[in-house]
Design a protein around this ligand. Sequence first.
Ligand SMILES: Nc1ncnc2c1ncn2[C@@H]1O[C@H](COP(=O)(O)OP(=O)(O)O)[C@@H](O)[C@H]1O
Ligand SMILES: [Mg+2]
Length: 383
Amino acid sequence: MAARAALPPGSWLGCLGGGQLGRMFVHAAQAMGYKVLVLDPDAKGPAAQAADDIVVAAYDDAAAIAAFGKRVAAVTTEFENVPAATLETLAATIPTRPSASAVRIAQDRRKEKRFFATNDLPIGAFAVIESASDFSALDPSLFPAILKTAALGYDGKGQSRVAHPVAARDAFLQFGETPCVLEQLIDFDLEISVLVARGSEGDIRVWPVQENEHVGGILDLTIVPARIDEALRERAQSLAMKLVAALDYVGVLCVEMFVAGDELLLNEIAPRPHNSGHYTIEACVTSQFEQQVRVLADLPLGDTSLVQPAVMVNVLGDVWFDAPTPMQPAWAEVLAIPGAHLHLYGKAEARRARKMGHVTCTADTLEATLNRASRVKQLLRIE
Ligand SMILES: Nc1ncnc2c1ncn2[C@@H]1O[C@H](COP(=O)(O)OP(=O)(O)O)[C@@H](O)[C@H]1O
Ligand SMILES: [Mg+2]
């Protein structure tokens, strides 16, 4: 079969979702001469501010989706809770990357875990909880555990740490008896994630492995390259490549994993660029967002090599409240640090725990990069 013809620059690309990931996708697409139409219920969101045009509508507004689909040559998503049915409708007329079937799996932790298990991808012990009676049959060795709602969780939301079945049942009732998974708490040494891209011809590119530190369930720091040995790095990358092929995925995807001793366990996947991949903008030959454009436009996939070590510091709304002068974070001081790159997402209002931006630090050595990042955290009074 002949390769599909690439969409030429000047073409309109569609983006479902208007958050920061969409904004950085828009920046990458425009840099390459494409135009982006964003669909988002919020007319003033981070991506809408940057887009060439916007459609302000709900993600399940059939008429708006149809009109949106007519104006673009291909469509991508920037958050995983776009209804899969919307992607399915669009896929009838234009390339939709990722596909509805992949997104459907990533949207539901029950499907996600079954997919991992079916494809021999390593995961921790878990149980599916769909009714309060499911607690009576639980294996006690699952505890301590984390109860997670099957759908709509992010940044640690929709999760509760539970020490025993009674606590788990209480948490389930608190979540309104919505379907959940109960996961054994993994005593991990560190968390890593692997970004991977797959084109429509099945070509795969994997980025270096990232090491992630979370605070309160939210990503705080991403360190690249991850401080793991070569063999583990290769295993993590192989798992990500195996996964993306098994899913027949087309687009950019991120796999979150736990490292426990010499064991690697998959946590979850995100069917889109990822917060832990923002460092690729400055530190890799091809960023995750440029790659998303390349996949969408059927261009050759770009080189994912790391050019220099990077440490990304997430900037939450807390930074505004905790500033020496409230609401005035020390941006100028941060930018006086060599190799510090500021990204702010244009969100109108800072709120605690809200992702407002990030700072990526680069330097020649990882040690120097880590020093720059800790200086950034100090200046922004993070922690
Ligand atoms: N089974 C687990 N064992 C230990 N820690 C976990 C487990 N599941 C989640 N966590 C911690 O909570 C964080 C957020 O959980 P995650 O499942 O990735 O949800 P989301 O990122 O969608 O909020 C993880 O990055 C990890 O730090
Ligand atoms: Mg996660």
